[in-house]
Design a protein around this ligand. Structure first.
Ligand code: IVH
Length: 672
């Protein structure tokens, strides 16, 4: 064969193999025997081996897993990946229906779908090619797991549609693969995965795609982000369209014309879900008509046009082997029951919350008791009741301690609360929990500083309070368990990056009582700098919408503490940003206009310190418009690292180009 013939042969093999794979993995209706597939596959492997320059990007041989990565890149979702509100019973569903019909004043059709219990992912296609696969992450920023998702056979590597489209769905591990994987792990003496969802998540977060490739993951798609395709007006038609493009859509979706029909679907699947070869944890109900969806809109976090019905918690019987105490961030001492492990709803459970002493007394729980536990969704199971008939007489009543298990200070009941609290502000358990909170995702979001690392840093006395985090040096990290050169470097970098977080993350991270992520956001937006928040009076605070009396009180008390001002001064000196970056408005000193007034700005390349979204929000808040491509109408291009063609285009058109530091300067500039 000459080169041209080989090329054609390879192309035809790739097309045929991809077609067969689609039939097998997506449609579940193979048209050729496995042996035929294997024969063609081997033929392709051989040809590709002889002509490595002719290997196609979408060749099925390229699914087996590329080179390991050093870490996952962050990807900002152009359209946030939201989650859904929950319904737990028929009444909740009827309430949802009432809200929908009140909001629309017209007939509504619903689409019911199975709620797949896996990991939310997004797949982006450009010019017909699969170019990006990502996790949901916190909904705004996820991780680039393209090389792992390529190994999932039902992800088409090409689609017959050249316009950009982003499809969303759930990656999961089928029951059979889960059982096999755990059997293998047990044989190899490795830790078992608690349930298929954890196994799927663990597999997709492997840096080595060759491992993901062995895990037999699968996925179902049920949504979309960026949609540059024709404007298809209903969800159901979009599902059909996506099916036609080759995407794997779960077949069980159903159009329902009334809430009765929805309830029927829900009842059917509540009874029959065990017949499926994968785990589902509920039913998702969506308004079919996209213009109706638009009309209904969103609440802060979830769409008003959809809801997730969660299956009722399943119960199981086990025994209490011990009671363990933990001290939380605010000093509350919580008892946890240590159980004889029991399998419930797809996972092995070894602990159950007991809440507090009253609960233990009310349920008359004794060590050694046989109990019924109940698992509701993700939450740690609860003890429903003790089966007293099973008692042998050897069970031991449990008394709550009078002193803190961590620091031995006397425990108190505050303001008639049932909870027992340790009031020692220097209690090591509280300090440690406070640190864990500080680095958590909604707070300073320091990657690589998980609970285990914090525990070690705390034990080694390298970090005793928040500010110590910013004094850490790489050399101090290296001796820690499971800390290599690379992870130490990454951790130091993540700590450094977190210094540039917008104010709300720091406020939330401080762990002020009653101030959750949302309140922190409101306070940051309102006061814009830590200094002005520190000086805020009670009256000023309660005058803010959504800041209640308890919150205002807690804020004033918190900032009055001397150790808090010392901490904040230290953090400031260590370079931690104390200003709000979201909607800050910066004016030009001479003209007095907003700095980006009437300017069309293009962002290109990778920004180090801000996410794309933050930069965009900042520009828009300051009068500018952010567009995607450089043209003669562009006023300014902000180029991060590795800026490509847009940078060149801007040069050619002689458009002003800023680097990231100039944007930073603008952000730090005078604010009004
Ligand atoms: S629709 C705007 N449909 O459940 C939200 N979600 O809280 C669109 N999930 O993280 C989500 N099966 O990953 C939708 N058929 C389905 C689903 C589904 C599973 C997951 C999804 C999301 C969570 C909802």
């Amino acid at each position: 064969m000459d080169k041209q013939e080989v090329r054609q042969k390879i192309e035809s093999l790739v097309d045929r193999l991809n077609k067969y794979a689609h039939e097998y993995y997506v449609l579940d209706t193979p048209s050729v025997p496995d042996a035929e597939y294997d024969k063609l596959f081997n033929e392709l492997v051989q040809l590709e081996g002889e002509h490595p320059d002719l290997v196609l990007e979408h060749s099925p041989t390229k699914r087996v897993g590329g080179e390991p990565l050093e870490g996952f890149e962050k990807v900002e979702h152009e359209i946030p990946m939201l989650s859904l509100g929950n319904a737990f019973d028929e009444q909740d569903l009827r309430d949802f229906h009432r809200r929908v019909t009140n909001g629309l004043n017209e007939e509504v059709v619903y689409i019911c779908e199975l709620k797949i219990d896996g990991l939310a992912i997004a797949l982006t296609y450009e010019a017909g090619q699969f170019v990006l696969g990502s996790t949901r992450g916190d909904g705004r920023v996820g991780e680039n797991i393209t090389s792992n998702l390529r190994t999932v056979r039902s992800v088409p590597l090409t689609i017959p549609e050249k316009r950009k489209v982003e499809v969303r769905g759930e990656a999961y591990m089928p029951h059979e693969s889960f059982v096999k994987l755990n059997e293998l792990r047990e044989k190899n003496g490795e830790m078992l995965f608690a349930n298929p969802r954890n196994a799927a998540a663990g597999s997709l977060r492997q840096l080595d795609p060759r491992i993901a490739a062995t895990r037999n993951l699968d996925l179902f798609l049920f949504g979309y982000g960026v949609w540059e395709l024709d404007d298809i007006p209903t969800h159901s038609e979009r599902l059909t369209y996506l099916t036609d493009l080759g995407f794997k859509i779960n077949k069980e979706w159903k159009k329902c014309h009334s809430i009765e029909e929805v309830i029927e679907y829900v009842t059917y699947w509540t009874e029959n879900r065990r017949s499926l070869s994968y785990e589902i944890d509920g039913i998702v109900i969506k308004v079919d008509d996209l213009s109706q969806q638009k009309k209904l809109g969103f609440t802060a976090r979830t769409p008003r046009w959809a809801i997730a019905y969660k299956f009722p918690a399943t119960e199981a019987v086990t025994t209490i082997e011990d009671v363990e105490l933990s001290v939380g961030r605010t000093g509350v001492v919580t008892p946890t029951a240590i159980l004889k492990p029991v399998f419930i709803d797809g996972s092995t459970v070894g602990r159950a919350t007991l809440h507090n002493a009253d609960q233990i007394r009310a349920l008359d729980i004794r060590i050694g008791d046989t109990i019924i536990i109940k698992k509701a969704g993700d939450i740690i199971p609860k003890v429903v009741r003790v089966i007293k008939e099973e008692r042998s007489g050897d069970e031991e009543p449990y008394e709550m301690p009078t002193h803190c298990p961590a620091c031995d200070s006397e425990l108190v009941h505050l303001d008639d609360e049932v909870a027992l609290r340790c009031m020692n502000p220097n209690c090591p358990a509280q300090l440690k929990e406070g640190l864990i909170h500080f680095v958590s995702r909604d707070a300073m979001n320091i990657d690589g500083l998980g609970e285990k690392v914090i525990e070690q840093l705390f034990r080694e006395q390298l970090v005793n309070s928040i500010d110590d985090i910013y004094r850490l040096e790489k050399e101090q990290l290296l001796p820690l368990e499971r800390m290599g050169e690379k992870s130490a470097t990454n951790l130091i970098q993540a700590i450094e990056t977190s210094k540039n977080n917008s104010l709300e993350k720091l406020i939330f991270g401080l762990g002020i009582r009653h101030i959750g992520a949302k309140a922190a956001q409101i306070l940051a937006g309102e006061f814009e700098t830590m200094e002005s928040l520190q000086q805020a009076t009670y009256d000023k605070l309660v005058s803010i919408d959504e800041i209640g009396e308890k919150m205002a009180d807690a804020v004033v008390h918190y900032f009055a503490l001397e150790k808090v001002s010392t901490l904040l001064n230290d953090l400031r000196e260590l370079g931690v940003n104390m200003t709000y970056l979201g909607n800050r408005r910066t004016t030009d000193e001479t003209s007095g206009e907003l700095i980006f007034a009437n300017k069309t700005v293009v962002l290109t390349g990778k920004l180090e310190k801000l996410t794309r979204r933050e930069a965009k929000e900042f520009i828009e808040a300051n009068g500018g418009k952010v567009t995607g491509s450089v043209s003669k109408n562009t006023d300014l291009v902000i180029a991060g690292e590795a800026a490509g063609s847009k940078y060149d285009q801007a040069k050619k058109l002689e458009i002003t180009i800023w680097d990231e530091s100039q944007l930073e300067e603008a952000i730090k500039g005078v604010s009004t």
